[in-house]
Write a protein that binds this ligand. Structure first.
Ligand code: AKB
Length: 312
């Protein structure tokens, strides 16, 4: 059977680039993009688009049946910083959408599901350095609680009902094509736009706050690689740690200065500092490397060069 994909949340930061890459691989008509709002011109014109509320199960089901979808990528979510402003909304969106898609897979209407988790599943009691695959997880944000709960449900549906759901704990994602929305790691994208447009940046995290990050190219490749890996290689049925690079605001500012010597940065931490302080500073992703051969390509140096070459 040919692969027929539905991307839910296709117009968001990851969804936009993931949809375009999936269309390159499988063909435009094979990848249905869906979101509550329309996306950019390239996304809208390169294949089918459906307006979809991720919290509406029958809408998701109708689209799956109509297009004979066999793989669903559920990318719709409310991220950490916005989630703290709208806790109940974040919980409903993040949990309802996942339960709908898991149930649709359990009912045999689709074969395979991708659902993103996050480093937000960890909390202040988690060892911060080189955080392991299996460790203390006491998240303090609603977003983190929803991701941790989602991981438990994924494992449950896999063990009890044989649902083939695969997941990655994304670090902060950096891209020049799409803007992030409402996350704690968003500074690592904003900083490039402000450096190019204004030559300075007012950072909402402290200079020495190290967080795990990844260039979008790597994140999209990881997502497609885990989905295409043979089933027997996927041993973690909750979610895989995934690592690319780790840096502080001071370190990325230094790297940007190599390209824009006049660039300056100020630090004015806000409520997002507390969220960042509760997350790991670096991640051990040896399970992903061993089980399905994950390898990152981008580190701080080549990511900054790439970002600035596109934005300048
Ligand atoms: C956020 O900052 O909320 C996200 C994430 C790490 O999941 N980018």
């Amino acid at each position: 059977m040919p692969t027929k994909v539905l991307v839910i949340g296709a117009c968001g930061q990851i969804g936009t680039e993931l949809t375009m890459r999936l269309r390159e691989i499988y063909g435009g008509e094979q990848v249905v993009a869906s979101d509550i709002r329309e996306g950019n011109e390239e996304l809208m014109s390169s294949g089918p688009f459906e307006t979809l509320d991720a919290m509406n199960k029958s809408q998701i089901e109708d689209i799956c049946l109509h297009y004979e979808i066999n793989e669903v990528y559920l990318m719709a979510a409310m991220l950490s910083a916005t989630g703290e402003k709208f806790p109940k909304k974040a919980w409903s969106l993040n949990m309802d959408s996942l339960m709908h898609v898991l149930d649709i897979a359990k009912e045999g209407k689709v074969d395979k599901v991708f659902w993103p988790s996050s480093i937000a599943v960890f909390g202040p009691t988690t060892p911060r350095e080189n955080t392991g695959q299996h460790t203390v997880m006491e998240p303090t944000t609603v977003y983190g609680i929803s991701k941790q709960t989602g991981e438990r449900w994924c494992e449950y549906y896999s063990n009890k009902y044989g649902v083939d759901v695969r997941s990655i704990r994304y670090p902060g994602l950096i891209s020049w094509k799409t803007l992030p929305g409402g996350g704690t790691t968003d500074y690592a994208v904003d900083i490039f736009h402000k450096a190019v447009a204004e030559g300075s940046y007012d950072c909402f995290l402290k200079e020495d706050t190290a967080l795990p990050m990844m260039y979008m190219e790597d994140a999209v490749r990881a997502t497609i690689e885990i989905m295409r890996a043979p089933l027997k290689e996927i041993k973690e049925r909750s979610s895989y740690n995934l690592s690319g690079m780790s840096f502080t605001p001071a370190a990325i500012a230094e790297e940007i200065k190599k390209h824009i010597p006049e660039f300056t940065i100020e630090y004015n931490p806000d409520f997002r500092q507390e969220i960042a302080d509760s997350w790991p500073s670096s991640i051990d992703d040896s399970a992903a490397r061993e089980d399905w051969n994950w390898k990152h390509e981008y580190d701080l140096d080549n990511m900054v060069t790439e970002m600035l070459s596109h934005l300048k």
